[in-house]
Design a protein around this ligand. Sequence first.
Ligand SMILES: [Zn+2]
Length: 147
Amino acid sequence: MAKKRKKKEVDDRFKKFGTVSFTSISKVNDFITYLEQGKVMGTRCKKCGTVHFPPVADCAECLSSDVDWFEVSGTGKLVSFSKLIYAPVGFEEDLPYSIALLDYGDYKVFGRISRDIAEEQLEIGLAMKTEPITLSSGQLSYAFTKA
Ligand SMILES: [Zn+2]
């Protein structure tokens, strides 16, 4: 007989993302909803103005919970990158891929580089943009492409 359990109210939108390193809390789950809408979003503290990516529910600087969403748009500069041979749990199927850090001025975005870009084309200072993608596993994520 099938197990009958009372359905718990769980916000599991983050399962659509690769989990790992992101805190699975309701507020930050909006990140996934934005990805579904084609937007990569971070949070900005309304109190002190500190910008966070990945998004946070509480500001790491002043601990205020009064944070607002903003879209990661425009171009960032490639500040570092490296090819991954081992991936975090949930991302193994996508190997090999490169991870990188983009500098957007008042914040930095850490993520993966789109497969559309050959490794030889990568160089520090390259202008790139952040775009939502769907991984082979069906999980939502984002990747860096040439601006
Ligand atoms: Zn703050």
